[in-house]
Design a protein around this ligand. Structure first.
Ligand code: PLP
Length: 384
């Protein structure tokens, strides 16, 4: 398959499925279509594929295969952790970071109706969460602490292992959940190394199919299930397993984990090229996030005085696809992440996110660097 004729720089929203993954998915849609609960050979082979996918995921994350619960994506994994650990826990208090994904923030909010209170921990200007601040928000009745490993809008990486140690000391009975959706495949991720009780992952951010992800649990940890039914996924996620999606996700995960070191170095060079190119050619551009501690695949840039949405649409006419923030905000108004980082509302409206994936090339970055400056000047002049 030929590469699409555009500079797709919106990989934090979603990625193109890797052809090696798509091939596997197709095989399990068209040939190996058995239900893993069936006892005939097609079912037995589907069950084996499911077991192997679980083992692959476990290997990629230094987890136990029994701890891998396949879900419909990152949102469900975050919900299973936040709602499930809260309902199974001893207290009625939650702690979350201010820049969490809505899958965590809205799940915590929904628990308000069940009598839970949530403390939201602020971040600094770079979007960084301090371990002491998270621990300081913990109480004796804290049931769940949820933080993200890498932010989806500015790319900032949280010191999760340090946060885990601080949370264990402050609230030993709390479950510590880490949303690793944007971190996995960009930096090494291990459930052991980050000291988490659970990790949320999503396949479509790593060149796998959409609609599949996982909650990876540390040994002995069990949230309450959200779905009730046939008892699949160790009784934690009833419903016939999405075998083609799961097999594709596992293939995508092993490709992502294998390539992380070489890809990260390449992405860093692309990110530097883009940052330098934008800074040199677009006067006044401000780069957001924490340049020292970030995933190499995300660059958030504010173009003062330029309406970000207009810039985005002009860029798309030149074949450069980016976003104004998270895909889930682009239709809902302002970014809570940029506001939490202390950006004024006007700056939030003038911000674009560029994000890379496996298929991003230097030519894509150069295309963006060439297209942005004249549009910025034009739109600035119009806005005056
Ligand atoms: N968490 C983070 C940090 C994300 O970026 C996303 C997706 O944008 C999700 C969770 C939700 O994942 P999914 O799209 O698989 O539901």
């Amino acid at each position: 398959m030929n590469a699409p004729p555009l500079a797709y720089l919106d990989n934090a929203a979603t990625t193109r499925c890797d052809p090696r993954v798509a091939e596997e998915v197709e095989r399990f849609l068209l040939e190996e279509y058995g239900n893993p609960s069936s006892v005939h050979p097609l079912g037995v082979r589907a069950a084996r594929a499911l077991r192997e996918a679980r083992e692959t995921l476990a290997r990629c994350l230094e987890a136990e295969p029994a701890g891998v619960v396949f879900t419909s994506g990152g949102t469900e994994a975050d919900n299973l952790a936040v709602l499930g650990f809260a309902r199974a826990g001893h207290g009625r208090h939650l702690v979350v970071g201010a820049t969490e994904h809505p899958a965590v923030l809205e799940a915590a909010k929904a628990l308000g109706a069940e009598g839970f209170e949530t403390s939201v921990v602020p971040v600094d200007r770079g979007g960084r969460l301090e371990a002491a601040a998270v621990a300081g928000a913990c109480r004796p009745d804290t049931a769940v602490v949820a933080v993200m490993m890498a932010n989806n809008e500015v790319g900032t990486i949280a010191p999760v292992a340090e946060i885990a140690r601080a949370v264990r000391a402050a609230a030993p009975r709390a479950a510590f959940h880490v949303d690793a959706v944007q971190a996995f495949g960009k930096v090494p991720v291990s459930i052991r190394a980050c000291g988490a009780d659970s990790l949320a992952l999503s396949s479509h951010k790593i060149h796998g199919p959409k609609g599949v992800g996982a909650l990876v649990l540390a040994p002995g940890r069990r949230p309450s299930p959200l779905f009730h039914g046939g008892g699949q996924e160790g009784n934690l996620r009833s419903g016939t397993e999405n075998v083609p999606g799961i097999v594709g996700f596992a293939r995508a995960a092993s490709l992502a984990a294998e390539g992380v070191a070489t890809e990260a170095a390449r992405w860093r060079r692309l990110r530097e090229r883009l940052a330098r190119g934008l800074a040199e050619s677009s006067p006044g551009v401000v780069l957001n996030g924490d340049a020292e501690r970030c995933v190499p695949t995300i660059l958030s840039a504010t173009f003062p005085g330029v309406p970000g949405e207009a810039l985005l649409h002009h860029l798309e006419t030149r074949g450069v696809f980016v976003s104004t923030g998270a895909a889930c905000h682009s239709k809902r108004g302002g970014s809570h992440v940029l506001l939490a980082c202390g950006l004024p509302e006007e700056a939030v409206r003038s911000t674009l996110r560029f994000s890379f994936g496996r298929f991003t090339t230097e030519a894509d970055v150069d295309r963006a660097v060439e297209a942005v400056p004249p549009l910025v000047s034009e739109l600035r002049a119009l806005a005056r």
